[in-house]
Design a protein around this ligand. Structure first.
Ligand SMILES: [Fe+2]
Ligand SMILES: [Fe+2]
Length: 344
């Protein structure tokens, strides 16, 4: 049996030691209280900061992040109206050549494996579906704000996005298994893709303290968010919520960022999404699909979530091949979003 199938503590033990050593090396490289912002360097001051100073630093970083573009805001607006037709979306997107190019690139990518090349935007929107187009626009805007290497002071950017994609793909696959209608499954992908966004400002602005939190989590073999709360006074869910509010994301996405480690605190309407993201996150961490620095499962939460969602652990292990194949496909989605940020 694969060692990791039974939570693999023995197999993971070796990994943790290496991981912990790497953290020390990183801490020495960074020096005391380092952390530079992509939107302007934070002030250097003596360590430690107070909780209020930390919150202010994060708040300043988020305030300086670019707003979502007019097109993306308009796309979200149009998509959130009931009875939106592909032509309504066409009118908005066709005004933005970059987004138009991305939509066509996506429909013609290996992700959809179509026999014929699609050149009509309206046709592409019809084939992709309104939700997918909305999510492509949203993901592009969001990745564009964080894609810089300097946003990742302590976590590996590639590992982070692989983890994020994996949680998105797993959440979407679980939604399918639970019988969630196809049109709503993309929401699960986006919620999973974005769930750990709050870690990026923490990494960037409070790098030394974030390493301490990761060390503490590693020593205690306990979830990272507990260590974040201990070291920083708040966790990445709170920061994720601050980002979602800045961008005025929908309530279900906002709550899945805020409550993906404690879905029972989400409001009734949004609890299912937060719970699926929580389970997908635990799954990705257990099976090492990328890494967002949080390999220790919140033990009791797995049984609780499986029961709440009407799933079994066998359902989860059976997902492995599908999820692995879907992750490869979804990398295309992410690459298209990333490419939009490169100067042409
Ligand atoms: Fe998380
Ligand atoms: Fe995560």
């Amino acid at each position: 049996m694969d060692a990791k199938c039974s939570f693999g503590h023995a197999a993971q033990g070796t990994k943790k030691l290496i991981y912990f050593k790497d953290l020390h090396t990183k801490a020495i490289e960074l020096g005391p209280n380092r952390g530079s912002s992509a939107y302007g360097p934070p002030p250097m001051s003596d360590f430690p900061l107070t909780k209020e100073q930390r919150v202010k630093r994060i708040r300043d970083y988020i305030d300086k992040m670019p707003s979502l573009s007019t097109t993306v805001t308009k796309v979200l607006e149009v998509c959130n109206q009931p009875n939106t037709a592909p032509n309504d979306l066409n009118k908005v997107i066709s005004l933005d050549p970059v987004l138009t190019g991305q939509v066509l690139k996506l429909i013609n990518s290996a992700y959809y494996s179509l026999p014929n090349h699609i050149t009509s935007l309206t046709r592409a929107i019809i084939m992709l579906g309104i939700n997918t187009v909305k999510n492509l626009a949203l993901s592009t805007a969001i990745l564009g704000s964080f894609n810089q290497e300097e946003s990742f002071q302590t976590l590996s950017m590639d590992q982070f996005w692989t983890h994020s994609i994996s949680v998105g793909v797993t959440a979407k696959t679980l939604a399918g298994r639970m019988g969630i209608p196809v049109a709503m499954r993309e929401e699960y992908f986006v919620a999973g893709l974005l769930h750990d966004l709050g870690k990026i400002p923490l990494n960037n602005c409070l790098a030394t303290e974030y390493i301490q939190a990761m060390e503490l989590s590693s020593l205690d073999q306990s979830p990272l968010r507990n260590a974040e709360t201990m070291v920083l006074g708040f966790d990445h869910g709170v920061v994720g919520k601050m980002i979602a509010e800045k961008w005025q994301l929908s309530a279900n996405i906002t709550e899945s960022l805020y409550f993906h480690h404690e879905p029972s605190n989400a409001t009734q309407d949004n609890r299912m999404l937060a719970a699926v993201v929580a389970l997908a996150n635990t799954y990705a961490n257990l099976f090492d699909f990328g890494s967002a620095g949080d390999p220790y499962p919140e033990g009791p939460i797995i049984a609780f979530l499986l029961k709440a969602l009407g799933l079994t652990w066998n359902d989860m292990t059976a997902l492995r091949h599908t999820v692995t194949a879907e992750i490869e496909k979804a990398q295309i989605f992410l690459r298209i979003s990333k490419e939009a940020q490169q100067p042409s």
